[in-house]
Design a protein around this ligand. Structure first.
Ligand code: CMP
Length: 139
């Protein structure tokens, strides 16, 4: 079953480079409504827990270090077919392989500093949104 919500983070590279406004504009113009949003910084423990699914991958340590290196913007977004449409909007994980006009093609530098995260399934969108937001923080 598909739902109409996904979860995203604007990663430390994009925040540090001043791309929050540009990325949010692309999300809004693509028809995503903001349900919840938070400007925060992950501890290495929190980043490790968030990306626990990747703990056996060779890039896990680098990923956790990078994701806890500076502030991020976390958000829940709403749109029909949100998970799939958002993954189309952000483009391939590796920005050199991302299509023109995608967020990663526009703002990302490398596979680890790739500007944004987007949930890969409805189940993970729910888990990841619950990681950051209580029911009272969703509108
Ligand atoms: P994200 O969508 O946040 O989910 C997992 C992240 O791991 C991914 O984006 C990348 O930023 C990061 N990553 C780092 N190295 C690799 C790699 N070699 N292959 C895939 N993902 C990687």
């Amino acid at each position: 079953m598909t739902t109409n919500r996904t979860f995203t983070m604007i990663k430390p590279d994009a925040v540090g480079n001043g791309y929050i406004g540009g990325i949010l504009k692309m999300m809004n113009e693509a028809g995503f409504r903001i349900v919840a949003m938070k400007y925060t910084k992950l501890s290495s423990e929190m980043a490790g827990k968030f990306y626990e699914v990747h703990k056996d991958r060779p890039f896990y340590g680098e990923l956790v270090e990078f994701m806890s290196s500076g502030p991020i913007v976390a958000a829940i977004l709403e749109k029909t077919n949100a998970v799939a449409d958002f993954r189309t909007l952000i483009g391939a994980t590796d920005p050199t392989k991302a299509d023109a006009g995608t967020i990663r093609k526009t703002y990302a530098k490398s596979i680890s500093a790739n500007a944004v995260h987007g949930s890969d399934s409805d189940e993970n969108a729910q888990i990841e949104g619950d990681f950051f937001f209580s029911k009272l923080e969703r509108f």
